[in-house]
Design a protein around this ligand. Structure first.
Ligand code: ADP
Ligand code: MG
Length: 889
């Protein structure tokens, strides 16, 4: 395979003396972190450009190495409150961002502590002891479970900065303050915030640890999902096995091979690949035959037979034979490493949508702080409701989620590009992906693109006085070093010992050179330029759909060759799928009109233009492009390069020329045309998911903040919503991992609308959803007096003549069947006698069931009115009689 891909070095020296480094950044959580890191790098005049990616936790910095060192760059990042480390050159497998802050164990420790605090707050009698236990549990969870929040916000505070973590820290500390007030100032009695009832008051006493537990769980799940998304991206380099079997000594099969890291194997060394093993490096087979599964590079689930002389690629899997391979490229320059570098490059550029998101979220955290302060003051000063003031201000801090906005585009891009590269489609940058999502026309080159890279000479007609061999001999001499399918066909048909001098390629026309003292041209045969006998042959070849090439010696045509270029097997299906997607197709070719239109008919391609030289190709492309919303050009040759560069998206066939590869936005590694519709499908799916994510993040924050400020969101609900919102963005992006599981032909474009309307829908969706769930939650929320649990009943207390208190309550305390509860200060020796009378009616004896020491229960049917309960019992061996009454409405 020919490649013009950049080298795999992570620090590359560019022609203008600038160097590019890749830094791993630790400590970024949201888009405002990204912006701070970005600014800390941009601040130095020696930095030409910096791109920071939240999803991969990387920064790509281009700088003047004579003016600033990488260490100084890392220090600049550290000064902003984050840590940076340069990734080693040639680092083949970038480490995945995992759960570095240990959110998993933090969540696991936080939950039992938080639930104990909740149980105590809900069930234990209000006392100073229970108040203090809840407070201490809250502090423990705040420190153990919420340490990363604290650490990051303290670190930023020192640099007078705020981020997402500042919001969480402030919110949870305020919640903790509620517990502290209860324990320290109120002797364990519960604060009734917002007049929301006894149950909610008990709940809010323990909300701080619960919020931390919820948030830690959210972060733990998010970290896992992000690691999964990163794996999708880095699946390429992970293909390389950790060791290679280096063959030492000359006798093969003597078992004398040594396991070494593939990175240490030099060019020219021989490695052995056993059945079922993954081939570690690129090279040429010198011994053995085997079917190699190349699907990991091409997405095509067909094994390819390889034997001596054929080239194998690192990362593909050996079938049942044993292969000895002579290494042709070191690990860092292998196809795999180059492809990975392309993918990494794509990640280093921000798609336009993300740039908008970053700008929005840069001002986001300060705005939320202001909204929270205003909410507090508004409820306190204007509405004189301190309880709601505290709860709503906390809810505002906790519900805002800039994370979702920061992750919206990069995670989707990461998964989308990862899927594409797994199918052998390399998308060079986010811009190209966005443009690709919008195309409605695809133009193909013919030779080498729609037709196979391999052509054959089908017939030769020499002019009178010349022999077939002589014609082929001069043609092969000129074509010997040319990479064009026609050139390869001529050289394969005839071996010559001659070599032409001064060979020049005429793109889209042919080749010229000098053989001995003769000037030779092997060129496209123009109609009407040939002598009659050759013209007749040419016409016949053309009618068979073959490409006709004229061999001209000293300006005199000496023969014509018919080159048959078979169509790629999958061409027809690929075109069919494009049409299914509603995309128009065209051929732009240098070959004759006749050959081109015959192929267009065969493949039912909409528009056919033949006989084009590179400039004409370009202008034909521009004409087509003016009538379309976005256009892809697919090509392989040198003559396609200008068109590839001019199209909205240039797509090069992997087996094509270097010029084509280096001017294109997309490379089809496996030269599989099915990858063209697949790439469009993946791009539109990725773009649709990005829009959804972005819209969700916007809509979520737009709707959640006002609701929280209005006092309609409980802080606990706010914390759950915030955790869910960034999770949703990551989970939504992970849907893309399913694209094209069964090869490129299985990619379906999403049935989703695009453009502004889609964005509007995406924003509106969470707004509606959120409003609906808030209304729903309000109806059942325990915090709003609409208890999920039965409301705690009114307790009637009576002071006994023997000292101590008896308590009685009716559960539920409304008309209908009720439990009558009687609680005595100590257990009597006999069950108490209880009679109940209604509005002065005759007393009725109740049967008592003991449910605990001194605790008795009976069932009574209560009707509205005043009920009097007379109790006779013994306490400390004295008989005591007392009455209690309850009025039921
Ligand atoms: P396409 O645009 O269909 O890919 P090319 O532009 O590569 O085709 O070639 C256009 C025409 O130019 C071919 O049909 C052939 O006649 C001629 N041609 C191009 N390259 C060569 C070559 N190396 N030897 C002979 N003829 C060539
Ligand atoms: Mg071509």
């Amino acid at each position: 395979m020919t490649t013009a891909l950049p080298s795999a070095q992570h620090r590359t020296l560019e022609p203008d003396g600038l160097a590019t480094s890749e830094l791993a950044i630790v400590g970024m959580h949201c888009a405002s972190c990204v912006l701070r890191v970005q600014r800390s790098l941009d601040a130095d005049p020696a930095v030409a450009s910096a791109a920071v990616n939240l999803a991969t936790e990387r920064a790509y910095v281009t700088f003047d190495p004579t003016a600033i060192s990488v260490d100084a760059l890392c220090q600049a990042v550290a000064a902003a409150g984050y840590s940076a480390q340069e990734l080693p050159e040639h680092s083949a497998v970038p480490d995945e961002p995992v759960d570095r802050d240990g959110w998993r164990w933090r969540a696991m420790v936080s939950w039992p502590l938080a639930l104990s605090a909740l149980m105590i707050a809900l069930l234990a009698p209000e006392s100073s002891v229970s108040g203090w236990i809840v407070l201490l549990l809250g502090i423990a969870v705040q420190i153990v479970g919420g340490w990363p929040f604290l650490r990051s916000s303290i670190r930023l505070l020192r640099h007078r900065a705020v981020n997402m973590d500042t919001l969480v820290t402030l919110g949870t500390l305020a919640a903790l303050a509620v517990s502290a007030v209860e324990a320290i100032a109120l002797g364990g009695r519960h604060l009734h915030l917002g007049g929301s009832g006894a149950f909610a008051a008990r709940l809010h006493g323990a909300m701080a640890p619960l919020i931390i537990a919820v948030l830690a769980t959210g972060r733990a799940i998010e970290a896992r999902a992000r690691a999964r998304a990163t794996r999708a991206l880095h699946s390429l380099v992970a293909l390389r096995p950790p060791t290679a079997r280096l063959v030492v000594g000359t006798r093969e099969g003597d078992g004398a091979d040594r396991a070494v890291p593939p990175e240490s194997v030099p060019v020219g060394a021989r490695i052995r690949v056993l059945p079922g093993e993954t081939i570690p490096l690129d090279g040429e087979v010198v011994d053995g035959w085997s079917a190699v599964d190349e699907s990991m590079l091409t997405g095509e689930p067909i094994a390819v037979e390889h034997g001596p002389g054929s080239l194998v690629t690192g990362g593909t899997r050996n079938g049942s034979g044993i292969l000895v391979v002579e290494v042709r490229a070191i690990a860092s320059e292998s196809v795999l490493a180059r492809l990975q570098h392309l993918v990494d490059d794509a990640m280093s550029q921000k798609p336009p949508l993300q740039r908008v998101a970053d700008r929005v979220s840069a001002v986001f955290v300060p705005v939320v702080l202001l909204v929270s302060a205003a909410t507090f003051l508004g409820w306190w000063v204007v509405a004189s409701n301190l309880g709601t003031a505290v709860l709503s201000a906390i809810a505002v801090l906790l519900v805002a989620c800039p994370c979702a906005m920061g992750l919206a585009a990069p995670v989707a891009m990461m998964v989308g590009c990862g899927r594409a590269s797994a199918l052998g489609i390399l998308i060079r940058n986010g811009d190209a992906l966005e443009r690709l999502a919008d195309v409605d026309m695809v133009a193909f080159d013919k030779t080498g693109t729609l037709t196979m890279g391999i052509a054959t000479v089908a017939a030769v007609t020499p002019a009178t006085g010349h022999s077939t061999d002589a014609v082929l001999d001069v043609a092969a001499a000129v074509e010997a070093d040319i990479e064009h399918p026609i050139a390869r066909a001529i050289c394969a048909a005839h071996r010559t010992s001659q070599r032409a001098a001064g060979v020049a390629v005429l793109p889209g026309v042919g080749v010229t050179g000098r053989v001995g003292d003769r000037s030779v041209r092997v060129v496209r045969a123009q109609e009407g330029e040939l002598p009659a006998e050759l013209e007749r042959a040419a016409r016949e070849f053309r009618s068979r759909g073959e490409t006709v090439v004229a061999v001209v010696v000293n300006d005199r045509p000496v023969g014509v060759l018919a080159v048959s270029t078979p169509l790629r097997q999958e061409a027809s299906d690929a075109i069919g799928r494009l049409h299914e997607f509603g995309i128009r197709t065209a051929i732009l070719s240098g070959d004759s009109e006749e050959a081109v239109s015959s192929i267009a008919r065969q493949l039912s391609i909409d528009t056919a233009c033949g006989g084009l030289d590179p400039e004409q190709k370009l202008s034909a492309l521009q004409a087509l492009r003016s009538g379309s919303a976005g256009m892809v050009m697919v090509g392989d040759g040198v003559n396609d390069a200008p068109a590839l560069a001019a199209a909205d998206v240039g797509c090069a066939i992997g087996s094509g020329s270097e010029a084509a590869l280096s001017t294109s936005d997309i490379t089809l590694v496996g030269s599989d045309l099915q990858c063209v519709p697949a790439a469009i499908g993946i791009a539109s799916a990725t773009y649709a998911v990005t829009l959804e994510n972005f819209g969700w993040a916007m809509g979520y924050n737009l709707s959640a903040l006002p609701l929280a400020a209005a006092g309609l969101l409980d802080p606990l609900v706010a914390a759950v919503a915030m955790g869910l919102s960034s999770l949703l963005v990551v989970a939504n992006s992970l849907r893309l991992t399913r694209l094209g599981r069964d090869g490129p032909a299985s990619v379906r474009p999403p049935r989703l609308s695009r453009g502004r309307r889609a964005l509007a829908v995406a924003v509106a969706l969470p707004v509606v959803l959120f409003a609906a769930t808030t209304v729903g939650a309000q109806l059942v929320s325990p915090a709003k007096g609409q208890s999920l649990l039965p409301t705690l009943p009114d307790i009637v207390e009576v002071t006994l003549p023997t000292g101590g208190q008896a308590e009685m309550y009716l559960d539920p305390g409304s008309p209908g069947p009720n439990q009558f509860h009687l609680i005595l200060p100590s257990a009597p020796s006999f069950a108490p006698r209880v009679t109940a009378s209604h509005d002065g009616g005759s007393p009725e004896q109740l049967r008592q069931f003991s449910v605990g020491p001194g605790h008795y229960v009976d069932l009574v049917t209560i009707t509205p009115g005043t009920w009097r309960f007379s109790v006779t019992t013994t306490i400390h061996h004295r008989t005591v009689t007392f009455d209690m009454s309850r009025t039921v409405a």
